[in-house]
Design a protein around this ligand. Structure first.
Ligand code: GLY
Length: 243
């Protein structure tokens, strides 16, 4: 783990107990090498090697547990998803932000790994039965790449309404899932309606495997007029860690 590195960690909370989901790492900037303006997130990895089991254990004990206890004590037991945007500092983990939701594009690489019916988890949260519910995550690595309209996060108005090609073919590849975001479907055709248009998720046994699957699928997709932009280096930190 590197000082200054950011990560996302999510806890499913029922007011009393919580379950921590797979760790993830977002890629915020529009260009490779973490350059350019910030976006809502144009790629993600789960799990991330940025934080290990010991760090996750410490976050559970020092952040999530006291937070839930404190909110309960104040008569506001928190039921729902708690999203910790964290950063590694020299003296431990710092909280950058808390959100009361899953992240995007983190959800795309975490939710498919849950080995349970999501509705059962929602029910367990509502009825404060999380302790008795098995919430397990698979061991796969997933990588998500956002297919963006050229110009995003700036002006991409010229791309709105353009046709997206190759989605159906890419969807058929094994270990690939595509999540629509800024897409309109009309018959068998797809059209752009937003800046982050879709997310291609590749899954595999390793980070390299998952990256390969995701980029193979992305290579089949385009937007009319050469208007597709995506980062070519999603997962680079976890690849560096292998070296
Ligand atoms: N990935 C950043 C967010 O969902 O806020």
């Amino acid at each position: 783990a590197l000082i200054g590195e950011e990560f996302s960690l999510f806890a499913i909370c029922d007011g009393e107990d919580f379950v921590v989901a797979k760790s993830a790492q977002d890629h915020k900037t529009i260009y490779d090498g973490d350059k350019g303006p910030n976006t809502g997130g144009v790629g993600s990895v789960a799990p991330t090697g940025a934080i290990d089991d010991l760090i996750i254990h410490n976050i559970e004990q020092e952040i999530f547990k006291p937070l839930l206890k404190g909110m309960k004590k104040e008569g506001r037991p928190y039921k729902g998803i708690l999203y910790l945007g964290g950063m590694l500092a020299r003296d431990g983990v710092k909280i950058i932000e808390f959100n009361c939701r899953w992240g995007d594009p983190e959800a795309e690489v975490i939710l498919p790994s849950i080995k349970a019916d999501y509705l059962d988890i929602v029910e367990a949260v509502r009825s404060q039965q999380l302790k008795k519910t098995r919430v397990l995550f698979d061991k796969k690595v997933r990588v998500s790449i956002a297919g963006c309209s050229k110009g995003y996060p700036g002006d991409y108005s010229k791309v709105l309404g353009k046709e997206i090609y190759g989605l159906t073919k890419a969807m058929k590849l094994p270990d690939v899932t595509i999540f629509g975001s800024g897409i309109k479907r009309s018959g068998k055709k797809f059209f752009v309606t937003g800046g982050r248009v879709f997310h291609v998720v590749g899954e595999g046994k390793s980070i390299l495997d998952a990256i390969k699957k995701a980029y193979q699928a992305m290579a089949l997709i385009s937007i009319e007029g050469g208007n597709l932009h995506y980062r070519k280096d999603i997962g680079w930190r976890d690849i560096e860690r292998l070296k």
